[in-house]
Design a protein around this ligand. Sequence first.
Ligand SMILES: Nc1ncnc2c1ncn2[C@@H]1O[C@H](COP(=O)(O)OP(=O)(O)OP(=O)(O)O)[C@@H](O)[C@H]1O
Length: 709
Amino acid sequence: MTDRLPLMDPSDWTDGQRAVVSSDARAVTIYGSLRSGKTTALMARAIRCARDIDPEETVYVFANTGTGAETRRSMIASHDAAADIVVSTVTAIAAHILRRLGDDDWTLTHPEADQARVGRILEAMGYNDLSESPYDVWRELIVQAANGRDRTVPPSFPLTDEALAEVRTRYDATLDRTRTLDRARLVQRAVEHLERAGESPVRVSHILIDDAENLSPIEVLLLQALGPESVTAAVNPEACVMASLGADSTAVIDWFDSIDDHDRVWLAAAKHTTPILDAARRLIEEESSSSDRATSRGSDTLPEGRVEKFSAPSASAEQDRILGAMQERVEARDGGAVNVAVVAPNQSLRDEIADRCRDSDLAVEVLGRPWHGQETILDVLSYLFVLANPHDDPHLFRVINRPSRGIGRKTQARLREYAAGRDLSAWEAIDRARSEGALSSRARRVLGAFREMVEPLVQHARDASPADVARAVLSDTELLTPVTRGRTREQIEREERVEWFLQDLPASGDIDALRPFLDSIALGFSPTDRTAKIQIATLREVRDVTARLVFVFGLEEGRLPATHAVRRHAFIEQEKRRLAVAISRAESNTVLSWAKSRGTGRRQEPTTRSRFWDLLDPVPTCDGSWESGNDYRASLRTKQASSRASTRPTDEDAAAIEAGRRVEHPKLGAGTVQDVKMDGEKHVATVTFDDRGTKTLNLRYAPLTLLDA
Ligand SMILES: Nc1ncnc2c1ncn2[C@@H]1O[C@H](COP(=O)(O)OP(=O)(O)OP(=O)(O)O)[C@@H](O)[C@H]1O
């Protein structure tokens, strides 16, 4: 081995990691608990494979998600190897195989659109009264069926097996009608193609799979069908977080066990562990690191992490505290790496905290949905999906009235109904309604105008590059209405973001470039530059989170675990594993919290603390004090008393801060206030610090104290 491994100096590898890298077996399984060094060993082995083989051959590394693949790609970005290392997801390679084989008359559905689809089917079947957000459960059952895991409806479920079968049939019919595939069907179709062809159009020499416990059986079939020479998998069976998509470790373990030349390496949990890892491991009661078979990492380089807990009287108080802590870090790092992650129990709470961050001028990266909140970009993308496949109903309905062109909710509902009754996509239904004189004459007119606007764009998309097509969409649809005078700051920022997005799009090629680009979007890859250092994710994307400080909030019954999880034991175990993974993502501290009430506007409902809360004993906080997790206000008072640095300005101080006053910030030092003004609802001060330049600070959070009081 050379000593130029960018991942970590080989002299720091543990014996287990060394064994993984140097094994010559055809199959290698790396077992280990959370943070035991599996990914590091797997990526180092990938580099070794790429150095040892013919430059014509290719090494494939598989991660579970687009974001995960991007992180691993960056880990090996500067490696020196003869052969290519492609880092991807199994679904992405399935899409690639289908396109290479000329099977490309489809687009991928987005999981959120899938959920809405299941919801509409339930409503159409008259199950409007299914309470407790059942869509996830439905989707789960449907996807499990697609993965060959047919399970019967749990007893607490308000529907029979027959009704579920009907939902599945209707779900399949919508996919066919709209020429869309969900992820399970995409992989299934690639497997069928490979079985028929008997040979893969993609040449794969070595396959390395990270987080292999999250592979579904059908994904394992696809990897087998690729016929690799050697396979390596990193597995932690206790940390499977994608069970709801039919994943678990058995299929991959069975596959590897069937290979004669098979090395199994156990990476021990570090002897010198940290409270964070202890807490995470206690949650999932891991078994795989028993000391007799373990080789110790015994490293003292591991971070000294801590777990803190707090409760807040209300959801907004909980958010205030998280935001305050983030704001402090952002200011302290002065624009450098901040590296904070916030894990929300569900999408709506994720979006809420992301919006609060933006309101406080904190740049965030939303995992799994990088353009969250950037509506114009999401609209352009939806138009591109429609141009690649006009039958793609979910995307078509997103843009049919954007910008407003008189196709309101009622017209859309009538169009849906008309299309469903005739088994047509909405695109086909618009044409049929015109020829049959169906729907109202006004509806025919506005819908017809929409189709006439989109049709030339569909033609244009066949020959033009994705970047050109996106520009044509922007001008023809008038999504970005040109503003000649008096643009607001928001408008300028919006236009800038759209321009950056356009610059990231492929500038050459035709529909054959557009389709793979859209696949990568649907699969969660992001072409944008990730400069924000605050990651926001839901528990679903928790595997892709890594940060020094991780907040996991909303530990309340019905949220974490989610309501549907409460119904079935298996779901609860899964949620617990997600929480354990979330806790283990922090390199420094993890902060867990719950709010005693939550709701929208005035409708605040009392909540119940999560059943997981008490499983996590309080551990010492950074300053050595203990937080019982019982009272947020009491803990805040203690912190205020003990540390001036973490004190927010008192109301009197905040009111007295005005131009000319001398102030002090715990991290930025002393400075002079230049200006104080209201920016929307925010009270902002511009301060020139003696040593750190001029900064704009939100007075709600910035811990400024008056020096000349
Ligand atoms: N030999 C080592 N000595 C010290 N630190 C290490 C060693 N190997 C890995 N690490 C560090 O430990 C952390 C976890 O490593 P890694 O991501 O490889 O573990 P993992 O088992 O894949 O974790 P998980 O399954 O929880 O994602 C990383 O910060 C990594 O840099």
